[in-house]
Design a protein. Sequence first.
Length: 153
Amino acid sequence: MRPRNLINLVSYCKSNAINMSRSKISVDDIHKAASQYSADLASDIGHEIQDVYPAGTDVLYAFIGAPAILSLKEIYRRLADANIAETEHTKLLEILLWFAFVGVISLDGGPTQYAYSVFYDLKKLRRLAKDYRDEAVQFEIHPAFRPFLETSG
């Protein structure tokens, strides 16, 4: 999480409490703020993806209602549904990995590895994902995007 995002999240919590005439932030205010933050984050990442890959501008919307954990086949199916050419699927997956939209689930039961977990070393993420050749590899949508995407699981 970028420092400014934490400030925005706290600001949303405070605004929600004030709008409901509460003197203290409630759990409900926090949940609502997390949803607002998630929508902002998706919008920001969408713009960043557009800057580096214009054809992928609205690709995050292809993951609405998706399970939080996805196989490579499922990710590629959703990219196809977003009208991304099959020849570009791996390139766009790496962009999604770079922006930590998805991470690679460790096959050894360790924590999911996101770009920031490996110091933005895409070669390491690619290797953890078995060079996108092993159907047993799974990916996880980052929890920060889940409220906006209404993911399951």
